[in-house]
Design a protein around this ligand. Structure first.
Ligand SMILES: NC(=O)c1ccc[n+]([C@@H]2O[C@H](COP(=O)([O-])OP(=O)(O)OC[C@H]3O[C@@H](n4cnc5c(N)ncnc54)[C@H](OP(=O)(O)O)[C@@H]3O)[C@@H](O)[C@H]2O)c1
Length: 162
């Protein structure tokens, strides 16, 4: 099973503020949907609550230390390794780490692929993507999306661990 990470980050690695996203880029949402459709998403409890529901067509694993936490049509997990093992046992081909900051930090060293959307955003945030060593990663795909009247510019990159 492949383990991938998917995230959108600003120029200063901003991810979110007050448990919300910082931008709404339709094409980036569509990219997230297309990339993750049919697969399993592993996310922190705060990210799940920010989204508020399981995303259709995908399995949702919610990571929490709360032993009583249950949400309809979601799987609660209490460690990252538990999530990885469950997905593997279920025959998942590609498990997606979907954030947030706390979960990315704990998983960046376990993933083979990172789908990163670099958004031309600078601003206040309270959640940040971890730093990574670019020498350990090779950029295998990149698409530039120019800013429009209604959207920030952004660049979609796929990185593979060397
Ligand atoms: N831009 C993006 O691509 C993107 C993607 C996702 C999220 N975000 C943003 O990121 C922010 C949320 O990130 P965050 O760091 O605050 O929270 P988070 O990573 O979504 O969730 C943190 C929670 O996960 C649980 N957890 C973490 N590590 C655990 C472990 N080892 N074992 C068991 N449970 C564990 C804990 O839940 P309990 O407290 O319940 O124990 C912890 O409070 C929001 O602003 C969101 O909008 C941005």
């Amino acid at each position: 099973m492949k383990i991938s990470l998917i995230a959108a980050l600003g120029n200063g690695r901003e991810l979110g503020k007050d448990n919300k996203m910082l931008w709404h880029i339709k094409e980036d949402f569509l990219h997230f949907k297309k990339t993750t459709m049919g697969h399993t998403l592993l996310m922190g409890r705060k990210t799940f609550e920010s989204i508020g529901r399981p995303l259709p067509g995908r399995k949702t694993y919610i990571l929490t230390r709360d032993q009583g936490y249950q949400r309809e049509n979601c799987q609660t997990i209490h460690s990252i390794n538990e999530g990885i093992e469950l997905a593997r046992e279920a025959g998942e081909e590609e498990l997606f780490i979907a954030g947030g900051a706390d979960v990315y930090k704990q998983t960046i060293n376990k993933v083979d692929t990172m789908y990163l959307s670099f958004v031309d955003y600078v601003g206040v945030a309270d959640a940040f993507f971890p730093e990574w060593n670019s020498e350990e990663w090779s950029e295998v795909e990149s698409h530039e999306f120019k800013a429009t009247d209604t959207s920030l510019g952004w660049r979609l990159v796929r990185l593979e661990r060397i």
